[in-house]
Design a protein around this ligand. Sequence first.
Ligand code: GTP
Ligand code: MG
Length: 315
Amino acid sequence: MSYPDKDAKAGWVSRLKSGLSRTSQNLNYNLDGLLNKRRLDEKLLEELEDILIAADLGLSTATKLTTKLARTHLNGAISTGEVKEALADAIAEILGPVAKPFVPNPTLKPHVVLFCGVNGSGKTTTIGKLAHALTRDGKTVVLAAGDTFRAAAAEQLQIWGERTGSQVFAKDPGTDPASLVFDALTLAQKQSADVLLIDTAGRLQNRGELMAELQKTIRVMQKIDETAPHTCLQVLDATVGQNAHSQVEIFSNLINVDGLVLTKLDGSAKGGVLVALADKFSLPVYAIGVGEQSEDLQSFDAREFANSLLGIEAN
Ligand SMILES: Nc1nc2c(ncn2[C@@H]2O[C@H](COP(=O)(O)OP(=O)(O)OP(=O)(O)O)[C@@H](O)[C@H]2O)c(=O)[nH]1
Ligand SMILES: [Mg+2]
């Protein structure tokens, strides 16, 4: 999950920029229209707040940002570029504390990562992309097909296993996921694998039995390693916008969520939701997804994200 060289980093930044382009284009179009040759007065701040809310930053975060801007620039002449810089700085400040790249703990064999989230949020794809990054770094990875609910789920994981050279542990559809995960962890320990990535079935809060199953899966793996899962990641589809807040609340009430992965930022004009989530929950953001290919997941970088959102070129 590190940047291997300058070219690779440049590639990632341009991928991030094009991934965030829908959010960024809308936001910048509105900002340009609003700020053109005007003083920063109360009325303009209100309109600015509306634009930030429309970019899914949410009321509370939008207010925080405009209040900050007012403190330094109210009634002063300010260029569009300066407003964007100031907003990017304030957003990077919110995001800085939550940017946490995934680094497997080398003393854990394996470091167990459990993925959860609602249906279709991007869990399986994220696991595939993370397996790609980890195996590229020379780590041995085992993938556990804990989604025994959907028949095609194990096959989807199998494809990622082949693509990344990771071993996939799967059983027949309908198998109890808790017992599958127990066996997968036993195997990964025996092999001294570096990382075990556990896929789970997508679940909504109205499926009580599936929510209970997730808790059971965790309880059962703790019979082997009471510190597992070492990282529990909730995967969120950025295109759902503000709905992501309630998803985080629901899963956090049920299990101990250590951090978030935001996916589909490329397909969304709602990328600002990441800022709102960071501001509200202070949960680490481990990675973001900006596409469906192996390379489309990278460590989350607060400054690059803020700059991409505001369309600012890095120096
Ligand atoms: N554009 C884009 N598509 C993504 C991204 N991540 C996942 N997808 C797509 O979203 C769809 C759902 O992804 P999955 O990984 O199957 O989601 P899931 O959470 O495992 O779904 P369930 O197992 O059904 O709960 C697939 O078509 C993925 O290719 C992303 O970052 N960008
Ligand atoms: Mg899946």
